[in-house]
Design a protein around this ligand. Structure first.
Ligand SMILES: [Zn+2]
Length: 97
């Protein structure tokens, strides 16, 4: 019981730390450059619905190279509604594994 409690606590801490690292990276000039390059490659259009007149975000399809080493295959340019769907899909795929 105690062991299990400890494990969930360390898991929660890890999640918080990862979230903090994620947030600071999202504000970094490195990410800004990666993001801009991805947007340019996508011609400033959502990869899913093809709309270009929406606010676009750069979605991480995976976090394997997260933190500045992302390749174009790791990223997807999406509008906000499509991004929500993509995040949900990624979460669902992770649960299934
Ligand atoms: Zn879209």
């Amino acid at each position: 019981m105690i062991r299990r409690g400890f494990r969930s606590l360390s898991k929660a801490l890890w999640k918080i730390r990862r979230k903090a690292a994620y947030k600071s990276f999202m504000r970094s000039p490195e990410w800004d450059a990666i993001r801009r390059a991805a947007l340019e490659r996508a011609h400033y259009k959502c990869r899913r619905c093809g709309l270009g007149d929406r606010v676009l975000q750069v979605h991480h399809k995976n976090y394997t190279r997260f933190g500045g080493n992302e390749l174009s295959i790791d990223l997807e340019v999406l509008c906000i509604p499509c991004h929500k769907i993509a995040d949900w899909e990624r979460k669902r795929a992770k649960k299934r594994r």
